[in-house]
Every structure is written in C-alpha cells, then in structure tokens.
Design a protein around this ligand. Structure first.
Ligand SMILES: NC(=O)c1ccc[n+]([C@@H]2O[C@H](COP(=O)([O-])OP(=O)(O)OC[C@H]3O[C@@H](n4cnc5c(N)ncnc54)[C@H](OP(=O)(O)O)[C@@H]3O)[C@@H](O)[C@H]2O)c1
Length: 317
C-alpha cells in the first residue's frame, strides 16, 4: 500500500524506519504544515505536500498515518476517512469518548479501516508475557503495577506539545495510556473504583499522575505516568505463584518469570523500531477486508478514552 503521513515530527521518523522494513509497504507521501521544504530536500523520492488537504486529495495514497498532536487526531482522521483513505492514528486516537465515537461512525460510513496505533499490543514480548500470565503460570492475578515516566528537557518548554493544554498535553494522554492498556488486558477497562492524584504543571496539565484501581474480586492495580520524572518504566504482574516482570513494557523485548528465588528471562526482540508489528497487522486486516483489528478494536479506543475521561475529571473538576 502507498502510505501518506499527516504531520512529520519525531515519531514519524521512527515509524518510517519500521514501514521501510515491511515488504510491500511504501512511504509514498508526507504532509507537513511546518517543514515541507526541508523534508522534500531530505526525501527526494517521496512526494511532500505542505497541506494535509493536498495529501488527502492524492488518489495514489491508500492509507494515512496520523502523527500530529493529540488535539488534531479526530479531525485529521475524519478528513482522511472521508477522502476514502484507510487510517492508522497515533495514540491517544481521540481526547474524549465523543471524538472516538465520531471517528468510529465516519469509519463505518466510509467502509475504510481505522485503528489507534497502540503498538505495544502487537509486540511479540508483550503478547507472549500476557499470554503466559493468562495461561495461569503465576496463578490467579491479584495485583499489578505499571510505570511509564520520562523527563525530556527540550519537550518540557512552554512551547512544547507536552505541557500545552491547547495541544492536549499532559502525562495521561501522552504516556499514561500505555499502563492503562496493560491493566485492561488483565482486568478490563472498567474499574469498580479508583483514586487518582496528579502533580500539575504551571500550564495546568497533569505532569505526573498516579492512579490506584480496585477491579473488585480482590484485584488491584497501580499505575503511574509522568512527563517530568524518570521512573523505572516496568510493569509487574503479581499472581499467587509468582510474578511476571516486563521491563520497558510498552517497547519491551523481554519478560521475566519470577518464582521464589528463581528468575527465568525470555527474550523476544522486535522488528526494526517496533512499529513493524502494528503495520503488519494493519496490512493483513486490510488485505482480509476488515475495517478494524481484533487486537486493538475501536471499542478498545472508546473504552480507553472513557477511562481517561473519568480519571481526568477527578483531577480537574
Ligand atoms: N507510538 C509511539 O511510540 C509514539 C511516540 C511518541 C509520540 N507518539 C504520538 O505521536 C503523536 C506526535 O508525537 P511527536 O512526538 O511526533 O510530536 P511532535 O514531533 O512534537 O509533532 C508532530 C507533528 O505535529 C504537528 N505539531 C506539533 N506542534 C504543533 C503545534 N504547536 N501546532 C500545530 N501542529 C503542531 C506538526 O505537524 P507538521 O509536520 O504538519 O507541522 C509536527 O510535525 C502524538 O499523538 C504522540 O502521542 C507516539
């Protein structure tokens, strides 16, 4: 398929590397509102547009990869679907459940494929670790923790997207959605109860956010997301017979099973920069005529957005 990129910033470069590693998939066109001229010089074999509308009007583009800031995802995706393109949209796909519902409705009307780029769910190490836990290897799961925090000085400026409320900045949207997704894989998207606390930035977004969940039946989870603190960046899933540790779980290439004093390490490397796995899923779904993936469904996107909404409403209301 011919891929068109809407927005071309940091993640687009990494995604491009993975796209180039998947047979048959072609980086055909980029659209950047801020950097088209320099991109055309850097990528002479790619069509570069300086508006998103021009890329969407190109009939050679089969599928659009959206990596603009969170606040633009919904409108970008709707425009792309209405232009007859399939869509893979960066996380979080929308910043409210209403946005996800609208995007889903347009996708259904267009008959085109739509998926949130929750690439973690497609990684071999992540999938195997969850499968092992679900097989009962560590007994019944009672508790889990997942922490994703980093501090990047250049992104923490007043102009940067991470702290800017107009660009839907904040830790939960940016990194917190990964821990929420791993929690959902074990306990679902609907906690019986939760308590969230946040450290807010001077711009009024959540810089660090911690949430304790009660999923009923003696199942609990604790997650942390931060754009201001480096944390241990691991997930641990605790069962009655031991625990599974997933270092760098959202981009993991290994997991460990710990029972008593014994630790077994399993390595499952990712292909290229890791996005190849979600790209292969998208390609296979489209080849099979599917309009969504079974591995990260549009309902997953909706439920994730609802949970984010519920959490943020307790912090900001
Ligand atoms: N899957 C992952 O591993 C991963 C990792 C990082 C980020 N992401 C997601 O990818 C998306 C982009 O992240 P990024 O780190 O690549 O962001 P970025 O480099 O800061 O910006 C991406 C693009 O967004 C547009 N943009 C940025 N700031 C803007 C502003 N002030 N006003 C209008 N447009 C602006 C620009 O589009 P133009 O090129 O058109 O100017 C820019 O190229 C986010 O949704 C993020 O959550 C995913």
């Amino acid at each position: 398929m011919n891929w068109g990129f809407l927005g071309f910033g940091r993640i687009a470069r990494k995604f491009l590397e993975s796209l180039n590693a998947v047979d048959g998939e072609v980086a055909y066109a980029f659209a950047s509102r801020s950097n088209a001229e320099a991109l055309q010089e850097e990528f002479p074999n790619v069509k570069v547009y300086d508006t998103y509308e021009a890329l969407l009007a190109d009939p050679q583009v089969d599928i659009v990869y959206i990596s603009t800031t969170h606040n633009f995802h919904c409108q970008n995706a709707i425009d792309a679907l209405q232009a007859g393109k399939h869509v893979l949209c960066e996380k979080p796909m929308g910043i409210s459940s209403d946005e996800i519902s609208r995007m889903t409705q347009v996708a259904k009307q267009s008959g085109k494929f739509l998926m949130e780029a929750m690439w973690m769910r497609f990684l071999p190490a992540y999938r195997k670790a969850i499968e092992v836990v679900k097989s009962g290897e560590i007994g019944e799961v009672k508790y889990m923790t997942a922490s994703f925090g980093f501090r990047s000085e250049d992104k923490l400026t007043q102009d940067g997207r991470l702290l800017n409320p107009d660009l839907a900045g904040g830790a939960l949207y940016d990194v917190g959605v990964y821990p929420l997704t791993i929690v959902s894989d074990l306990f679902g998207w609907e906690p019986r109860d939760f308590k969230a606390h946040a450290i807010k930035s001077s711009t009024g977004v959540d810089e660090t956010i911690q949430i304790q969940f009660d999923f009923g039946n003696d199942r609990m989870a604790q997650v942390l997301g931060s754009i201001a603190l480096h944390t241990n960046k691991e997930a641990c899933i605790y069962g009655e017979k031991g625990f599974v540790r997933m270092p760098m779980f959202w981009k993991g290439e290994s997991y460990e099973i710990v029972k008593g004093d014994e630790t077994q390490v399993f390595e499952l490397p990712m292909t290229s920069t890791g996005y190849a796995h979600e790209i292969i899923e998208v390609r296979d779904c489209i080849l099979q005529g599917k309009t969504e993936s079974d591995l990260f469904t549009l309902n997953d996107s909706l439920m994730s957005a609802r949970l984010v909404e519920r959490i943020l409403s307790t912090i900001f209301n």
